[in-house]
Design a protein around this ligand. Structure first.
Ligand code: RP5
Length: 164
């Protein structure tokens, strides 16, 4: 990608989510997709959170990846104030194994979609963002095809090793 303007916004409810969320940043780096990272807590910074969501498309973002744990309202609240696709990442906390985060994010009311990945599925969130952007970027789509070919190769090799 030639642009250095962030196309993906990676946000989270707390810096304590970063150890999970950094996998999204890593994969976007691998795919050379420019991104930005910030903490935008739905509960502790509600006004900033709304401002972030409302201004995201005007700033050039195309996809938002939002991670949160516990009563994880950030992805859904962002989806309610932006027309951009929002990918939600349930972050597991000390109790309940992330099931609380998953259910908080995935059970959205009709009309306000959040593409929810698995608990701690930040890498897949990054890959999904790259696929969404790839629909308008043949070069990025080609990189995704190469990535899939490599995945296939690795899985095939694992099978060969087991059969040997
Ligand atoms: C959520 O509360 C955050 O997304 C985080 O997962 C959780 C705990 O935050 P801290 O107390 O660690 O800042 O809003």
């Amino acid at each position: 990608m030639s642009s250095t303007t962030p196309l993906v916004g990676i946000v989270m409810g707390s810096d304590s989510d970063w150890p999970v969320m950094e996998a999204a940043a890593q994969v976007l780096t691998e795919f050379e997709v420019p991104y930005e990272v910030d903490v935008v807590s739905a509960h502790r910074m509600p006004h900033e959170m709304v401002a972030y969501g409302e201004g995201a498309d005007a700033r050039g973002l195309k996809v938002i990846i939002a991670g949160a744990g516990g009563a994880a309202h950030l992805p859904g609240m962002l989806a309610s104030v932006t027309p951009l696709p929002v990918i939600g990442v349930p972050v597991p906390l000390k109790y309940l194994d992330g099931m609380d985060s998953l259910l908080s994010i995935v059970q959205m009311p009709a009309g306000v979609p959040v593409a929810t990945v698995s608990v701690a599925g930040a890498r897949n969130a990054g890959l999904l963002a790259a696929r969404i952007l790839g629909t308008g970027d043949p070069e990025l789509l080609g990189r995704m095809r190469d990535f899939q070919t490599e995945l296939n190769h690795q899985a095939t090799e694992k099978g060969k090793r087991l059969r040997a």
